[in-house]
Write a protein that binds this ligand. Sequence first.
Ligand code: HEC
Length: 120
Amino acid sequence: MSARNQIRVSWTVIVTTCVLVGGPVLAASAENGKTAFVTHGCWQCHGFQGQGSVATSNGAVLSNTALPFEAFEGFVRGTNRAMPPFSEKILSSADLADIYAYLQSIPKPQDMSNIPLLKP
Ligand code: HEC
C-alpha cells in the first residue's frame, strides 16, 4: 500500500471512530456553543465565560466543568432548584452539546504560583 493510501485509510479510521464513539459531544462546535450560551440566557446567571458568581449561580463555575456531558445534560434538563430547567423544546440537545464544547474550550486560568505579584 502506498504511503498516500495508508494516510487515507488512517484518516478514515480516525474520523469513523470519532463519529461512532464521540457522538454529539465530539461533533459539537464551541463557536455555535458560544452563541447558544448567549441566546439561551445562560450568561445572565453564569457570566459570559461561565465563571459564575456567588450572587447568581450559587458559586457554580461552568467553564472547564468536571461534569461529564451526561451529568451536565441531566442537570440542565432536570434541575428543580435555583436554576430553571431547560427542556428539549426550548434548548435542543445539539445546542446543549455545543454549549458544553464552548465551556470546555475556555482557557484554564493559570496557576497562582505562576503569577509573580502573588508570590510572597
Ligand atoms: C436564572 C439563573 C440561571 C440561568 C438562566 C441558568 N442557570 Fe445554570 N445554574 C444556576 C444556579 C443558581 C446554579 C446552581 C444550582 C443549584 O445550586 O441548584 C446553576 C447550576 C448549573 C449547572 C450545575 C453546575 C455544577 O457544577 O453543579 C449547570 C451544568 C448549569 N447551571 C448550566 C446552565 C446552562 C447550560 C444554562 C443555559 C442554558 C444555565 N445554566 C442557565 C442559575 C442559572
